[in-house]
Design a protein. Structure first.
Length: 110
């Protein structure tokens, strides 16, 4: 069990995907994704192994939930700045966490 204070340390924000492209040259199929997280945070990039369910063109405009306070992580020659969240389907492929009605980019989960 964690405390409420422990959970509050995770900064989860809503953002809109504004750019996506295949991530060439990586071991596992992935996409490079840019997410607009509002004026306070800006546009941040991430790498996501979501190719089973999502083509890059289909991601544009999708609103997703991202962890914005992890340290950056280098993946091949790309720096991932946020973590898009998702759940595994019955085959272990990621289904992105999204909101069911539009919210402002940068809105914080609480």
């Amino acid at each position: 069990m964690i405390t409420w204070d422990g959970f509050a340390k995770v900064d989860l924000r809503a953002g809109t995907i504004v750019k996506a492209e295949p991530f060439e040259g990586v071991k596992k199929p992935a996409n490079k994704v840019w997410v607009d997280l509002g004026p306070e945070i800006g546009v941040k990039k991430t790498s996501a192994q979501i190719t089973q369910h999502y083509r890059p063109a289909d991601l544009i405009g999708k609103q997703v939930a991202c962890v914005v306070n992890f340290p950056t992580k280098q993946i091949a020659a790309f720096i991932s700045e946020v973590l898009m969240t998702g759940f595994p389907d019955e085959n272990g492929n990621v289904v992105l966490t999204s909101v069911d009605k539009p919210v402002p980019n940068g809105a914080k989960l609480f």
